[in-house]
Structures are given as structure tokens and as C-alpha cells.
Design a binder for this molecule. Sequence first.
Ligand SMILES: O=C([O-])CC(=O)C(=O)O
Ligand SMILES: [Mg+2]
Length: 220
Amino acid sequence: MTARNISRFWEWGRKIICVGRNYADHAKELKNAIPTEPILFLKPPSAYVREGSSILVPRYSNNLHHEVELGVVIGKGGTAIPESVAMEHVAGYALCLDMTARDVQDVCKSKGLPWTRAKAFNTSCPVSEFIPKERIPDPGNVTLWLKVNDQLRQNGCTSQMIFSIPYLISYISEFITLEEGDLILTGTPKGVSAVQEHDQLQAGIQDVVTMSFRVDRQEK
Ligand SMILES: O=C([O-])CC(=O)C(=O)O
Ligand SMILES: [Mg+2]
């Protein structure tokens, strides 16, 4: 086996930990309360999809939404990491989409059930190339944007996050040991909307990275 390289962290099979409602403007657009504590859920590593492959609309959904998010790639693992040293545990970043079957999530929410089928399906986590830490000196102040068929849908700044990256690393690692290669999705700003088969999504982190994905339907 060849040596593992963090720049291909998605091949390592590590955890994907997602933060929900971390931007007040997005919580409001879906008529959710603004959280006083981070809301967390998980995606399996089988959710990863890379440029060149398509995002697949699950057969059971008719309302697949895009959510553009800053991903934080863990470089040094730890348990109960203090907020003051949390950034030392970061290897870099990735631009991510938290693809969400909103119709399925709405049913889960109304029944008080987990969001797994709405959030964790195959191709629900498109990721960009790995971005080394030095290329984003202030991850708490970068612009994330997303276009569907060249129309701007999301354009938000990470300065609007309710819970900061160091706080999230500390909060999560209190009860989930973080490992090298884990990815934290830090939540989406407002502007989420539905995508259809054959749509082209393009997303970016200001001038740091861009990525594009095509949407297809899962075959029968
Ligand atoms: O599905 C949601 O609205 C929660 C979420 O992932 C986010 O806010 O990024
Ligand atoms: Mg999200």
C-alpha cells in the first residue's frame, strides 16, 4: 500500500461530522430556531464525490437541495481539545456541499426522526481538492458562493457563523475523538434551493478554489 497523503483525505474512510444551522440567515429561511448549542449529524465516507463524477438525486427524493459549506480537515487527532489550541489540529480545508433531500428531511423533522436518509446518501458530500491551511489564513472570514446553471444562489461569509471553527473542534472532540483525515462541515449560509437532473453546480471559496458538478438521477 502506498503512503497515505492528507491531500486525498476522502480516500481514508474517516468521519464526516456536519454542523447544522450555524448561520442565522439559513436557520431563518427554513423557519428553524437559532441554536444555542451546535446541532450535529454525520455522513459516512461513502457520501464523498469528487469532480468528474455526478451528484445523484436519490430515487426517493424530489427536492434535492445544495448547501455550500467550508470543510475543515483534521491533521492532528485528539479528545477534549481546548479551544485555545484547536487550530493546531487543522491540516487544511475543502470546499464541500452538504446535499440534502429536503423533502425527506422535512418528514424526518416532523416525526422527530434522525436525518440519515436525507443527508447521508451516496454522493451527498461533494468535495473540492484539499486546501492547505496556509492558503486560508483567516477561515473565519472567507466568502463561500454557489451557482446553479450560472445563476448565483448562495453567497455568504464564514464571519456569519454562530459557532467558530475552534469552538466546534473543542465541542465535538469532547465526545467524539477526532482523527487525522476527519472532515467537519461547518454549516451553510442562506440561499439553499432545489437542483434538478442535468443542472450544473459551480461553487467556490473567494479566489482560493472553485469546483463544478453535474447533477444526475440515480439509475433504477
Ligand atoms: O439541513 C439543514 O438546514 C441544516 C444544515 O445542514 C445546515 O444548516 O448546514
Ligand atoms: Mg448543511
